[in-house]
Design a protein around this ligand. Sequence first.
Ligand SMILES: [Zn+2]
Length: 499
Amino acid sequence: MFRPLILVILWAVLLPGTSVLGHVVQQGIVGEGTPFATRWYSHDSEVDGPTVLIVGGMHGDEPAGHRAASQIATWSVDRGRIIVVPAANPPALADRTRRIPGLEEDAGDLNRHFPVIDGTVTPTGPAAPSLWSFVVSVEPDVVIDLHEGYGFRAAGSKSVGSSIITHRRADDAAQASMLEAVNTGIEDPERRFVPLRTIVAGSLARGAAVSLDAEGHIFETTTAKQPLSRRCRQHRTMVAARLVALDMIEDASIVNQMVCPDDARPTIAIYDGGGAGGASQGRRFEAQLPGCRVDRIGPADIRAGCLGQFDAVIFPGGSGSGQAKAIQQSGRDSVRSFVKDGGAYIGVCAGAYLALDNYSWSLQLLALDSFDREHWRRGRAMLRIDLTESGHEVFDAGDSTLDISFRQGPLMRSSVELDGREEAEVLAWFRTGVGENGADPQVMVDTPAIVRGRFGSGRVLLFSPHPEKTDGLESWLRSALDWSIEREPVGREIPVASP
Ligand SMILES: [Zn+2]
């Protein structure tokens, strides 16, 4: 079992000066008993220092702020304390809407409901009063609210996307250092984060600045053309930079911590970088993984070694060569190491291509070659498959013969070279084929559709077709993970207390 060892190393490397037992991690509920009841998390170093409050999920259609805050909620600090409210507006997050469902205009915009003028205006609406009371009670020195815009401000968009909005001039230096951190590595000048002044009246960050004399910032990532993993990493990067500057953590490597090591749920990373399909693809996968902690992971995360925090990685549909190119050689090495050390790999269509042997960019996880490669554009169709006995065991299907959505996934056969690997095991065979653009539909008949095998200590399961896009097979992804994740659930109770 690789995981316990990895976790000990993670804590030791990422959290210098702390130990698992030394942490004071607490959580509790804001707005208990209301539709806006939401969890807060706190890590108190028990060493004198600032209180930094991070809020996400104020607008339900800005997923990166919410997700990043959930990741930051797993961080610890060496000085002061960090408090995180990842889901400030649960009904809007559930509906993926900006506003509180059922309320129009500013009446529904939670980030217009906080005190406008020092002490004289109280919070309004159904959710702000309890959240504001909580904010006041923790006496924050810094309040950072994580949001998203739709376009790049630096490219002339009217949106505030890719900016840091800071209220007090006294905090300009803090703003500048966070901008420098997040802009490192953003080569396109039109995508760089820019400084903006004066936070909108009624917002939480402005309320904290004017009423509580706190340093207040709003971070805005950009949804357009950027995967969720990148936007989350940008939020984490900016928060980490502020914590470093406040001397609350030693260095910014904490940006790579995405998952609580004590999370008892299966932890699943869905790749969403270059070569993967769009955001709806990730949402579809996630909807089929109830009970799991699911995060998007991108090339920068993979190259930084973030996979080690997860039980499994899913490489989805899109382009196998595109995915390989995006994660680069070092990312491919990281994926191989992850699986070799016991991590699970699920590949679907493009993600299956990626795991095979005979491309220059192949991960070579299973001893399988892709064949008839020149006709990869063979088309989309519902194809018939037959499950093998092992396939039945994994997927617990009623029938052995069923139809599944195929979208130009790989045709697979045993590799020329096993290189010490055992042969992959077939879980299902194609019984029909499709052939457009000059392809012969017959060549794929009686070839493997779903396979499994081992790479080092890890397990690999590859789907050439798409169970997640096939009505009635929505449970197959979870079944594949149940087979491929070997660890027993771990867990630790986090105490509930007042902040
Ligand atoms: Zn927003």
